[in-house]
Ligand binder design. Structure first.
Ligand SMILES: [Zn+2]
Length: 120
């Protein structure tokens, strides 16, 4: 299918950036946060007034089969994996840009006549 010059240029930019991001290394799904938590145990300092929370901990959350799964990571693990999270995030941004470009191309195309529709 024929693309106009501006679309071809944008596609070339995106495909180069996606290839570069994929070559840059592994990509980890989910979100990494550094946060303080409450264990909720009676008498713990985290339930005091004012509360003294635990942590901060590095928390990695992601969806597995529609369930949110959390795993705590050590500082050393974060040092190793942080680039993988950033890489995946960059790939998601680039992929959504490629999808937006593709949708714009498809939406700009004349629609076929309704008489082509099946009538079963
Ligand atoms: Zn606690």
């Amino acid at each position: 299918m024929q693309l106009d010059k501006a679309t071809r240029a944008e596609f070339a930019r995106l495909s180069n950036e996606i290839a570069a991001a994929a070559r840059a290394g592994l990509a980890l799904p989910g979100t990494l946060t550094h946060r303080r938590t409450r264990c909720g145990k009676a008498g713990c300092r985290c339930t005091a007034d004012p509360p003294v929370l635990h942590g901060p901990y590095w928390s990695w959350t992601r969806k597995i089969e529609n369930k949110t799964v959390t795993r705590y990571l050590s500082d050393a693990e974060v040092a190793d994996y942080q680039v993988f999270f950033e890489n995946a995030k960059q790939l998601r941004v680039l992929l959504s840009e490629l999808e937006a470009l593709s949708l714009a191309v498809v939406e700009a195309r004349p629609r076929p006549a309704r008489s082509n529709r099946r009538s079963d």
